[in-house]
Design a protein around this ligand. Sequence first.
Ligand code: ATP
Length: 375
Amino acid sequence: MFLALEQVGLRYPQTSGRRDAVISVSMALEQGQIGVLIGPSGCGKTSLLRAVAGLERLHSGRISVAGDCVADAEQGLHLPPEARRIGMVFQDYALFPHLTIAQNVAFGLKHLPRAERAARVQDMLELVGLAHAAQRAPHQLSGGQQQRVALARALAPAPRLLLLDEPFSSLDVDLRERLSQELRAILKQAGTTALFVTHDQAEAFAIGDSVGVMHQGRLEQWDAAYTVYHRPATRFVAEFIGHGVFVPARVEALEQGRRVVTPLGEVTGLADLRQAPDYCPLGCECHLNDPAPQACDLLLRADDIVHDDDAPTKARIERKVFRGSEFLYTLSLAGGEQLLALVPSHHDHKVGDWIGIRAEVDHVVTFARTPATPV
Ligand SMILES: Nc1ncnc2c1ncn2[C@@H]1O[C@H](COP(=O)(O)OP(=O)(O)OP(=O)(O)O)[C@@H](O)[C@H]1O
């Protein structure tokens, strides 16, 4: 593995009584891969990034880059940031205002002969699509262009690893979306291994080969974005990623496989259910393997609920949010359970209307109900 973190822990001095900022985080990235850390404010994303950069000392664990150990708490090893050959891009792109764009990009290349330096600057500016702006001053560029210059500056010395901490957070939504796609293309073209921090889910999914969800200092899941969405490892991940709710349900053993009985009836379209008993989201004794009916909570995302006038289950529209191509409805069933549903926006029902719905769940995600409730 190109970047490997093993049981990394980080504790800030003079914070006794508070939980550690990072607790036993293990993860790995292959060369050329892009990893994204996502999680709520204060969950430890930036602290973890700073630990990789060498800006914070580890309290426990070890970090290696390209096979070189750069930090090992047990051995008291801590390579300073400048010895790690790691590039960084932060939220405030902090270009030098008195230097031209080309001079900004050349900043970390002082060791190169002049001609080589100029060629490298040209290559980097071409990579980020700003070769025409080489002689301009930073204030003559837009925020998005300035952030691309910051990226070119970070990539210019060919770092072994690039760390990016919410680089687009000061930009508007449209620009962020475009830049995140561009960023992925640029990093892939340069073959750079990168670790990116964001609290924006769309950005995480657009950029990351692997996505890690952090919560209270811990990395709760580190997986492909698709797996994080469809196979959340913990309740926290299930709730944090995507629009979803848990409904009380019951898993029953059939002669072959299992079925899940929910307030919407039996969940249909269970292509994945046969795998479900083997899959314990919590990695512990799995309630799905028990032959007796088991009370559980079933994750239903907004895209699992289909509006169907002929469906026997009816739900009342409590709230609706227009999202262009679809409405996000908040629904309640006769028994009071709440659901979310994405419905094509030509179905423009009023709040208070009852509509037919059914569940179409391709990826069944259940968690043992706690405390256990009678079935
Ligand atoms: N220099 C510091 N000294 C003491 N505590 C700190 C320091 N920096 C961060 N913390 C604490 O460590 C925890 C993790 O903070 P961190 O900034 O890593 O979270 P984050 O996920 O990046 O949050 P955000 O998304 O808001 O930037 C928080 O409880 C924070 O208060």
